[in-house]
Design a protein around this ligand. Structure first.
Ligand SMILES: Nc1ncnc2c1ncn2[C@@H]1O[C@H](COP(=O)(O)OP(=O)(O)OP(=O)(O)O)[C@@H](O)[C@H]1O
Length: 976
């Protein structure tokens, strides 16, 4: 027996464990309607892998689990096991006995499969029974429904039965698998083709980019090798320059200190001089008092002398000759003394006067020279002041020729958002006025506004008042412009480059955007020659201006020259600043000269005064000298008249010291006068010295000022050098990630000028490369690898597809042969089976499309005895069943099927046909095992054994082996 046993538990109406053991070839299963016979049939199909809930007569797979009845609770699990004898190895497995089990749990709804109690997949079970004839479309399980549907089915729906009989299912399955594989391959191929197309699109540009990147890297490497040395050299040069500038700053500091010391020394000196002058004044005062006193004393002595002389005169008249001679001799001595004394004093005075006159002459010529110089200096000062006034006037009344600008600026307070005119907003740094003027050009007279609305309002204002035109720069739309990083670097390495024009103006921070927009990308160069050279290097992409205001425009055109009366605001401002500076110097010069002149004039005035005083004194002394001489001569005559012949008279003594005292008083007076003169001279000298010191202090202060300015410039240049140095160091660290110390060890001994040019050349070549994708080589390699990989894959897939297609062709071939052979075999059997069952007539199978064996439908052409009905559908139900049964038996004859389960297939047949049918089954018992569900005694009579299925009141099927008679009774009893 092929199927040895069925074990059911919880399956449909078989709530309890039920075992059907098959020990005969033809087993009948009998029982009343609804007792559960077909559930056995369902159980077999279920185990063999039935997935159609509908064909299992349920709504869900868990409907196969015993659902309970009035007296029994539902169970939670259904399990059916089929036990096969596989000694003939009909099943595709090596075991002699095979147990196939399927289980389902109500809770999870999950099914489990087992082969020989080992869990397996549904697929394994389908494989196991494939081509045994036990498949779901096979003849092994035929129901009444199948039988009646067979005749009415469409020809193509009948095909499955024959395919199953021909055993092409395995090919079909394989073909299906192959087709699925082919589909997947096809899909993969499509996907691959998409990927390859996409990669193809990327690979060529990437290849170009990778080549470009390689060129870039090569140049970059070369550049790096040279530029590190160039930057090092630049750093060293900058450091040297910085050293020099710092030394200069130090020297300036030292000079400043020297000057400051000089100033303070002179200040101290002046302090001393002033103290000395005040002391001298005090002393002169004191001497003047002394002078007055001595004059008084002289007057007193003179009076006493006159009185004495009168007394002597009277005494002489009454005296004797000897007495007289003695007295006269004494008087003569006094007179001679006085005369000599006065004469000598007069001589001294004359010498003094002479000296003073010489000094006076010298002072006069000095004054004349100083006056001339002062006059010249004043003249220049006035000329400069006049020019300053004119320029001031121009500055105070700007925009005389720009009516529109003038009108807007006059109405600035009433117009919202008008911020100023460009020429007034920016103040060029010293010496950059011409350059900035040229850089701004026409924009000098543009009006800066907050935004476009403000500009619109101003334009409306100009229109309404017909006040002219003006150009406006709304701040909100201005875009900053810069010199590109690479270009900047190129500039910094060029001779004569000073910076961008924006660096040389001062303005309020709020106007920075205007500054950057107008001047950010304008380059300032020292002269036109260097400007041309730089323009060439920059490929004429920037406006370059020189300190003289000449311009090399973008594109290379040039503007230059000089205007006679340049009234551009920047020029006016420049001249005004220069004039203010000159005026300051000139004013100082004039002041200095005037001070000098005043000092000279006062000196001369003092000299004049002294001369006059000396002349007066001399004039006063002259008559005195004359009188003294006359007196002396007179006394000499008088004495000679009375004097003895031998003048042996003893030396006359000056008895009265009045004369000496008087002479001493006069000497004292002269001495005081001399002292006063000396003091005054010293006072004057000190005054001049103080003035000279003041002049020196002023001069030193001026120089100090100059030093301070110079120091500021040096500080600016130090700051610039430091910035440049910092930039160079930064370039080293950002571009090459190197410190200077490390870079210096790599520095090569190059001709720096040539190296710089090489750097420039490489830079411009690199810049000309444009955007470089440095990841391109790697990306190219990746993409190219993927491209190669996918192309190879595509070829492999195409090869696989070719193989699948050829395998499908082979399978088709095999299926056609197998199908056709089986079909022919069945067709051969059919006629015999038909005549046997119908008792005559003829029947044959027809291929609807013999050209397409793989898909053709199958028609049946039957001719029961004595009938000429062409269309199979026109036959009666019983006839249709019988025709189907004929085909069934033909198939059984054509090929062996180990197990056939017939579920009331003969229900529609009449008694005679049932018997014929039953007997026919018996013919196959040698090859096939039959399980026949039947109600018909004729069929039962041909069975070797009969199982009766009963269902008691509790709704649970039960099984019992019965004899034929009991079986008929069971069925009949059921009918009742
Ligand atoms: N899940 C289930 N739980 C309990 N009983 C079930 C279940 N499924 C089906 N049944 C019962 O099984 C019976 C139907 O069995 P079956 O169709 O095998 O009868 P039968 O003997 O073939 O009848 P007939 O001779 O009319 O063809 C019904 O009474 C039905 O109530």
């Amino acid at each position: 027996m092929f199927l040895k046993r069925i074990e059911l538990q919880g399956f449909k109406s078989f709530a309890d464990k039920t075992i059907l053991t098959f020990d005969s070839d033809v087993i009948g299963i009998v029982g009343p309607n609804g007792c559960g016979k077909s559930n056995i049939n369902d159980a077999i199909r279920w185990v063999l892998g039935e997935q159609s809930v509908k064909s299992l007569r349920g709504n869900s797979m868990s409907d196969v689990i015993f659902n309970g009845s009035t007296q029994r609770k539902p169970v939670q699990m259904a399990e059916v096991t089929l036990v096969f004898d596989n000694s003939r190895h009909l099943l595709n497995i090596d075991y002699e006995e095979v147990e196939v089990t399927r289980r389902i749990h109500r809770a999870s709804g999950e099914g489990e499969y087992f082969i020989n109690k080992t869990p397996c997949r549904l697929k394994d079970i389908l494989n196991l029974v494939m081509d045994t004839g036990l498949g779901k479309d096979s003849l092994s399980i035929i129901t009444q429904g199948n039988i009646s549907a067979f005749a009415d089915a469409k020809p193509e729906d009948r095909r499955a039965l024959f395919e199953e009989a021909a055993g092409v299912a395995k090919y079909k399955k394989r073909k299906n698998d192959s087709l699925n594989k082919l589909n997947r391959t096809q899909e993969n191929l499509l996907r691959l083709e998409d990927i390859i197309a996409e990669l193809e699109r990327q690979v060529n540009p990437l290849k170009r980019q990778a080549q470009k990147a390689a060129v870039y890297l090569e140049k970059k490497e070369k550049l790096e090798a040279i530029e590190i040395s160039v930057i090092c050299d630049e750093i060293e040069t900058l450091q040297e320059k910085l050293e020099v500038a710092k030394q200069k700053a130090f020297d300036l500091d030292a000079q400043k200190a020297v000057h400051e010391t000089t100033i303070s020394v002179h200040d101290v000196k002046n302090e001393e001089l002033r103290r000395e002058m005040s002391e001298i004044d005090h002393e002169v005062n004191h001497l003047q008092n002394q002078f007055v006193n001595i004059l008084n004393e002289i007057n007193t002595l003179e009076a006493r002398k006159t009185e004495l002389d009168e007394k002597r005169k009277y005494a002489l008249e009454s005296a004797g000759n000897q007495e007289k001679a003695k007295e006269l001799k004494r008087m003569l001595e006094e007179a001679r003394y006085e005369y000599e004394d006065r004469r000598k004093r007069m001589q001294d005075m004359r010498t003094d006067l002479e000296l003073m006159r010489k000094k006076q002459e010298q002072a006069e010529s000095e004054i004349a020279a100083c006056e001339e110089e002062t006059q010249q200096a004043s003249l220049l000062f006035h000329r400069l002041s006049n020019r300053r006034d004119i320029l001031e006037n121009i500055i105070k009344q700007p925009f005389t020729h720009q009516m529109g600008v003038k009108a807007v600026m006059q109405a600035q307070t009433t117009l919202h958002g008008v911020m100023g005119v460009v020429s007034q907003i920016f103040k060029p740094m010293m010496n950059y006025e011409s350059a900035i003027g040229s850089a701004l050009g026409g924009a000098l007279y543009h009006i800066v506004t907050e935004d476009e609305t403000s500009a619109r309002h101003a334009i409306t204002f100009l229109k309404k008042n017909q006040s002219g035109r003006a150009t406006f720069l709304p701040m909100n739309v201005l875009k900053p412009r810069y010199i590109g990083r690479d270009h900047r670097m190129l500039c910094e390495n060029s001779v004569g480059f000073l910076g961008s024009a924006a660096e040389f103006v001062e303005n309020e921070p709020i106007f920075d955007p205007v500054r950057d927009a107008l001047l950010g990308n304008v380059i300032v160069c020292d002269n036109l020659m260097n400007a041309n050279e730089l323009a060439k290097r920059l490929k004429y992409g920037y406006k370059i201006i020189t300190l003289d205001g000449d311009i090399v425009h973008r594109g290379g055109s040039m503007t230059g020259g000089k205007q006679k009366d340049n009234h551009s605001p920047m020029q006016v401002q420049k001249e005004y600043n220069q004039i203010l500076q000159q005026l300051q110097g000139q004013q100082m010069k004039v002041d200095q000269l005037q001070n000098q002149l005043t000092a000279l004039v006062s000196h001369k005035r003092q000299l004049d005064e002294q001369i006059v005083q000396a002349q007066i004194a001399l004039a006063k002394l002259q008559p005195i000298v004359d009188a003294k001489r006359a007196k002396y001569e007179r006394l000499q005559i008088d004495y000679e008249q009375v004097a003895p012949k031998d003048d042996t008279a003893e030396e006359a003594l000056m008895q009265d010291d009045l004369v000496i005292r008087l002479s001493d008083a006069y000497s004292m007076k002269d001495e005081i006068e001399q002292k006063m003169k000396q003091k005054r001279e010293r006072r004057m000298k000190a005054g001049s010295e103080a003035e000279r010191n003041d002049a020196i202090i002023r001069e030193k202060r001026r120089e100090l000022n100059r030093f301070q300015n110079e120091q500021r410039e040096v500080e600016v240049s130090i700051a610039k050098l430091e910035t440049n140095l910092e930039n160079a160091l930064m370039r080293l660290s950002t571009t090459y990630e190197m410190t200077y110390e490390h870079a210096a060890t790599l520095k090569q001994d190059l001709d720096m000028e040539a190296a710089r040019k090489e750097v420039m050349r490489l830079r411009s070549e690199i810049a000309a490369l444009g955007n470089v994708n440095l990841d391109a080589p790697q990306e190219y390699e990746e993409v190219n690898n993927r491209y190669t990989f996918y192309t190879a894959q595509k070829e492999e897939l195409e090869e696989a597809r070719r193989k699948i297609l050829s395998a499908i062709d082979e399978m088709d071939e095999a299926m056609i042969v197998q199908f056709k052979t089986m079909f022919d075999k069945i067709n051969q059997e059919l006629n015999d089976v038909f005549t046997a069952l119908f008792g005559g007539g003829r029947a044959r199978l027809i291929l609807v499309d013999p050209e397409d064996i793989l898909h053709t439908g199958i028609d049946i052409d039957v001719q029961p005895p004595g009938k000429s009905v062409q269309n199979i559908r026109l036959f009666s139900g019983g006839e249709k069943s019988l025709i189907a049964i004929c085909v069934l038996f033909s198939i059984l004859k054509a090929r062996t099927i180990p197990l056939c389960i017939f579920d009331e297939v003969e229900a529609a047949l009449d008694q005679a046909n049932v018997e014929r049918f039953a007997k026919y089954i018996a013919q196959f018992r040698e090859e096939s095992q039959f399980i026949v569900v039947t109600h018909r005694p004729g069929t039962m009579a041909q069975c070797d054994a009969l199982y009766g299925v009963t269902m008691q009141q509790n709704g649970v099927s039960q099984l019992l082996k019965v004899h034929l008679k009991d079986a008929i009774e069971l069925v009949d009893h059921g009918k009742e």
